[in-house]
Design a protein around this ligand. Structure first.
Ligand SMILES: Cc1cc2nc3c(=O)[nH]c(=O)nc-3n(C[C@H](O)[C@H](O)[C@H](O)COP(=O)(O)O)c2cc1C
Length: 163
């Protein structure tokens, strides 16, 4: 049976978008169908109809991006108790930290009783000044490779029924 991996992301200056796209590209393959959705377009139905999840968000103001929070706010209770044990992984695009955003998503995932299959992947863009923070981001090739590896690992585990 083909399984569905739902990749939900938000991005303002492009970093998280590149990370999510790389992971989604690498995850697509035998036995796994990938749905790459912007957080604002993702619904509780999308969550219910997937067998695994990859969440990708910037860290803004020491928290997950507001649009990502809105996705969790809209979907949390409609799917609570209906997706327990499903695998997930997390990617954060941050200027210099990312740890609070990672903690926040981990808490939400614990509430859903999801199973983390990897450590959160945090990519720092080293943007510090207002100009650098608002500039379009280019994620380095080696970081893109880490995102691809995470996507491929999650999908492979789903395909063989390991997760
Ligand atoms: C309003 C705002 C607040 C931010 N706060 C943080 C922060 O608390 N920690 C951090 O590491 N980066 C912070 N950043 C930097 C972003 O995480 C960084 O620019 C990242 O590349 C954004 O991802 P995106 O390119 O997908 O939009 C902030 C950026 C903005 C716009």
């Amino acid at each position: 049976m083909t399984k569905t991996l739902l990749v939900v992301f938000h991005s303002m200056t492009g970093g998280t978008r590149q990370m999510a796209a790389a992971a989604a590209r690498a995850a697509e393959g035998e036995g796994v169908r990938v749905r790459l959705l912007e957080a604002r377009d993702a619904s509780a139905e999308d969550v219910l109809s997937a067998e695994g999840y990859l969440f990708a968000t910037p860290e803004n103001l020491a928290a997950i991006a507001g649009v990502m929070k809105d996705f969790f706010d809209r979907t949390y209770y409609p799917v609570l108790g209906r997706i327990e044990g499903r695998p997930y992984a997390l990617m954060i695009c941050a200027g210099s930290d990312g740890s609070n955003a990672a903690r926040q998503v981990a808490r939400i995932a614990t509430g859903w009783r999801l199973r983390a299959v990897a450590e959160p992947l945090i990519v720092c863009t080293h943007a510090q000044t207002p100009e650098a923070i608002l500039a379009p981001k280019i994620i380095a090739a080696e970081e893109i490779a880490r995102c691809e590896e995470l996507g491929a690992t999650l999908a492979a585990g789903m395909a063989i029924g390991m997760f």
